[in-house]
Structures are given as structure tokens and as C-alpha cells.
Design a protein around this ligand. Structure first.
Ligand SMILES: CC(C)(COP(=O)(O)OP(=O)(O)OC[C@H]1O[C@@H](n2cnc3c(N)ncnc32)[C@H](O)[C@@H]1OP(=O)(O)O)[C@@H](O)C(=O)NCCC(=O)NCCS
Length: 214
């Protein structure tokens, strides 16, 4: 994914203390599963955003501007607008902590998917608001994408991320994705130099991952 992220905002939350973290503050530690501070799992619905639903549109716009500063993504060699994709939303129950946080526009996370001919289902963006990280929102959104891929009878799901994005690389590989291709220096080409990414790592390469669906 193209990296228009603003480095001084709190894009993550500590898995140990829950503290909000900027990209630069974030680091990787090796920790046991039981050492991660887990909050209650996500309760709510995972559903497609209705077309023409103004609230859904604002929520999608807000979360994409927060993470990527844009509703567009340059990935897999072309530009996508999230509104040309189908969007899946994680909508928390109203009594869930954080559900009424006006910054989150009533959603915990969002995925944009695009059917690439008969070849594969493309995850164009995958976003979970930081206040909802580590609560299983990402996993539930991914499960919905897998169900959709089966319905469409497509053989695989593909997506692109960047070399710095360790949380995403961890998340996807734990879910069974494999690295298919590395487009070295792709982000450098797009930006005229490497932007600073997760933990200050220079963002250079696009990493393409694939999950085969049987
Ligand atoms: C990657 C992301 C989608 C994960 O969402 P999430 O709702 O926190 O994920 P879940 O709670 O379902 O967690 C699933 C697994 O990922 C792990 N995980 C989640 N956030 C993590 C983080 N910041 N660092 C390391 N691991 C993380 C969880 O511990 C869990 O691991 P487990 O299977 O070993 O228990 C989320 O961090 C995010 O939105 N990141 C910013 C946007 C982004 O980079 N999107 C991907 C672009 S391709």
C-alpha cells in the first residue's frame, strides 16, 4: 500500500500497556501470548456498507484519511479508490466501550475488497481503529472476506503491504497468507524517497501476500 501516513499521530496502541503509539514510538518485542494485555473480544456485526449510505461513506472516508491520508491507494501497479471497491464494516454494539467515540464514526474497522476478473479477490485496504486493536476485529473482518471469496468461487485472496509493516505481516501470516512477491523499491519510486514507517523503518518495498482458498 502506498504510504501517505502521518508519522506523528497515534496509529497503534501498545499490546502491553494499551498506551497510544505513533509510528515512530512503536517497536517490536517478543512476548508470550499470555503477556499481551487482552481486552474483551469485539461484539458487533460485520457487514457490507450500503451503497449511498452517507454515514457509512463518512466512516470509510475518516478511517482511510486517518491511516493513509487518502481514499486512494496505489497498489498492484494501479490506483484504486476505496469507493470503487465493496466495503465491509465492523460495527460495534452501541453498549461496547468505544462504540460511541465520535472520532470512530460508529465503526471499529473497515476493509475494501475488489474482484480482479476471475483471478482473485483483492484486499485493497484493511483498517482497524487503534482503540480497537487486539480485540479480534481484524480477524473477524478477514473471516468475512474469506466467506465472500468462497461465495465468488475465486481461488485466492491477495493484498499488498510494505516492508516496515510488522503488525500487518504478523497478522496476515498468522492467518495463513504467504509472501508471493516483493516489489523492491516500489514505495521509494512512488514517493521519490523512502518515507518513515513503523518504528522508523524506511518504507521501501511492496510485499504481496496470497491466501489460497479451498
Ligand atoms: C493489522 C491490523 C489490521 C490488525 O487488526 P486487529 O483488529 O488489531 O487484529 P486482531 O485483534 O484480530 O489480531 C489478530 C492477530 O494480530 C495480532 N496483532 C494485532 N495488532 C498487532 C500489532 N500492533 N502488533 C503485533 N501483532 C498485532 C494480534 O495479537 C493477533 O495475534 P494472535 O493471532 O497471535 O493472537 C491493525 O493493526 C491495523 O489496522 N493496522 C493499521 C493499518 C494497517 O497497517 N493495515 C494493514 C495494511 S496492509
Amino acid at each position: 500500500m502506498s504510504d501517505e501516513r502521518i508519522s506523528d499521530r497515534h496509529l497503534y496502541r501498545s499490546g502491553l500497556t494499551q498506551k497510544p503509539l505513533t509510528l515512530g514510538d512503536a517497536s517490536i518485542v517478543t512476548a508470550g501470548h499470555d503477556e499481551i494485555s487482552r481486552q474483551a473480544g469485539f461484539r458487533g456485526t460485520i457487514r457490507f456498507a450500503g451503497t449511498g449510505n452517507e454515514d457509512g461513506r463518512k466512516a470509510i472516508e475518516a478511517i482511510n484519511n486517518f491511516f493513509w491520508n487518502s481514499v486512494e491507494q496505489e497498489i498492484f501497479g494501479r490506483m484504486y479508490n476505496v469507493f470503487e471497491c465493496r466495503n465491509i464494516l465492523a460495527v460495534p454494539l452501541p453498549d461496547e466501550e468505544g462504540a460511541l467515540d465520535e472520532n470512530y464514526h460508529g465503526i471499529a474497522g473497515q476493509v475494501s475488497i475488489y474482484e480482479e476478473d476471475e483471478d482473485f479477490l483483492h484486499i485493497v485496504v484493511f483498517n482497524v481503529w487503534p482503540g480497537w486493536h487486539y480485540r479480534g476485529v481484524g480477524r473477524k473482518l478477514l473471516d468475512k472476506v474469506i466467506i465472500e471469496c468462497r461465495k465468488l468461487q475465486l481461488p485466492s485472496i491477495k493484498l499488498g503491504t510494505t516492508n516496515d509493516n510488522f503488525p500487518a505481516l504478523y497478522f496476515y501470516q498468522r492467518a495463513g497468507f504467504v509472501i508471493e512477491e516483493v516489489i523492491t523499491e516500489e514505495v521509494v519510486r512512488q514517493h521519490g524517497g523512502p518515507p518513515e514507517g513503523f518504528a522508523g523503518i524506511p518504507v521501501r518495498d511492496e510485499i504481496r501476500l496470497r491466501l489460497d482458498i479451498r
